[in-house]
Design a protein around this ligand. Structure first.
Ligand code: SF4
Ligand code: SF4
Length: 188
């Protein structure tokens, strides 16, 4: 059964509210790295090759925001599973690190945890340094993440993978990660 846009928006809003209640650590970890995952550096956007990929339905949260530009891409132009037929939405942050944090995307909210499905089908959250073009001190220094952040992030991703497109994408990324054999740390 097709889910209506209204229902999708409601479910994304619920996930945002759940994630609003938790933070990766009890201090502003941006002070450790100069907000490397989102800031300009001396006027130049350091991570200009990075965009945030939206999960299905998240695009509905960005109907009217000065802080984000939303684009869509044909999945055929991306390294996405063939089964994914819908347009893929991405956002660019207009003025990082200034941000409307109430609508920042799930990919940003759940960082530095990454979803992973093991070969025996178990769903995990992992830390994977190889995913990012910059060094995150939380991963580098093995700083312990808040337990409630881990638990809520896990719950949210479990909700997200009930969408077959999301499940197939996570599975696709997981097998590719395993093939690279670079290693990662399972958090939960
Ligand atoms: S999540 Fe990592 S890279 Fe991003 S602000 Fe915190 S410490 Fe820096
Ligand atoms: S959504 Fe906000 S916090 Fe996240 S990368 Fe963009 S500007 Fe930074």
């Amino acid at each position: 059964m097709q889910i209506s846009a209204e229902e999708m928006k409601k479910s994304i809003k619920k996930m945002y509210e759940m994630l609003d209640e938790v933070t990766p650590v009890d201090f502003d970890c941006g002070t450790l790295c100069g907000e490397v995952c989102c800031v300009y550096d001396e006027g130049e956007y350091r991570n200009k090759d990075l965009v945030l990929y939206l999960l299905p339905g998240e695009e509905l949260m960005y109907e009217d925001s000065d802080y984000f530009e939303v684009y869509y891409i044909d999945p055929k132009d991306l390294d996405y599973p063939r089964s994914w037929k819908d347009d893929v939405f991405i956002v660019e942050c207009n003025d990082p690190p200034h941000c409307d944090r109430s609508i920042r995307p799930i990919q940003c909210r759940t960082f530095p945890l990454v979803p992973h499905i093991s070969k025996d089908g178990q769903f995990h959250l992992i830390l994977d340094e190889n995913e990012f073009p910059y060094e995150c001190p939380i991963i580098r220094d093995n700083i312990k993440l808040n337990e409630d952040f881990v638990q809520v992030t896990y719950k949210v991703w479990k909700m997200l993978i009930t969408n077959p497109n999301v499940y197939s994408l996570i599975l696709f990324d997981s097998r590719r990660r395993d093939n690279k054999r670079k290693g990662y740390e399972i958090v939960i």
